[in-house]
Design a binder for this molecule. Sequence first.
Ligand code: 48F
Length: 256
Amino acid sequence: MDEVIISQAITESFMQDFISSFDVDVAIVGAGPSGLVCAYYLAKKNYKVAVFERQLRIGGGMAGGGMMFNKIVVQQEAKPIMDEIGVTLKKYKEDLYIADSLEAISTLCSKTIKAGVKIFNLINVEDVVIRKDKVAGLVLNWSAVSWSKLHVDPLGIKAKAVVDATGHDTEVCKIVEKKIGPKLTTTTGGVLGENSMWAEVGEAEIVGNTREVYPGLFVCGMAANAVFGSPRMGAVFGGMLVSGKKLQEIIEESIQ
Ligand code: 48F
């Protein structure tokens, strides 16, 4: 065994994946549950999809369950998604199921990669590419560079559709608002910000909030509710999953 061969194997294989993701159908920011579900269903329809996640670990807020109790609640409406992915659900009460959050996120991640999605962790999306009043790509840098505030220029990629799946922070939408002014499809044109916790209303509104917010820029998951001023909902995850799947249908109509 030769250390040089190990180094070559890793860098060559990574670079193949990375270079092949410089021009994709859909670039998704955030590997939380909504971004991964969206990526999974797009890949199943043969779209070329890359997911960029700034953390070392994928899964966003799912692994932590509710207040670090690593269980999540899922409603009946999202059961078909969990069944397809292969996550064990146990009936709790009424239309509610309980799942192990670690099984949920690891299974979802595995199925998403096996469906053909390239997931890049440790990469921070710090800006977008805008062409002719349309979001046309992402600006990437290593998270380590961003966190340590090193003065290193980023690299850009192209995408037919960009998805803000960054959760509560709606980072991509905030960048777009900052760069081009209040031109989003919200009431003010800006990011409205999430409302206080109200699980029932938040879950009811998330699918309607899942849409294109600026040409080429789409939102799903908690980012959708936060952009449109809907409530947060805590450790109930059905809406995140259904929102991710819904966005696959919307993007399919938009970029065909
Ligand atoms: O927050 P997150 O899990 O988003 P989600 O898919 O799910 C929300 C739930 O986890 C929970 C909830 C349930 O009711 O409300 O919060 O909507 O995942 C968002 C991911 O985006 C990454 C971040 O590290 C997280 O893993 N992220 C955020 N900003 C960036 C980013 C960025 N600029 N570049 C790369 N990744």
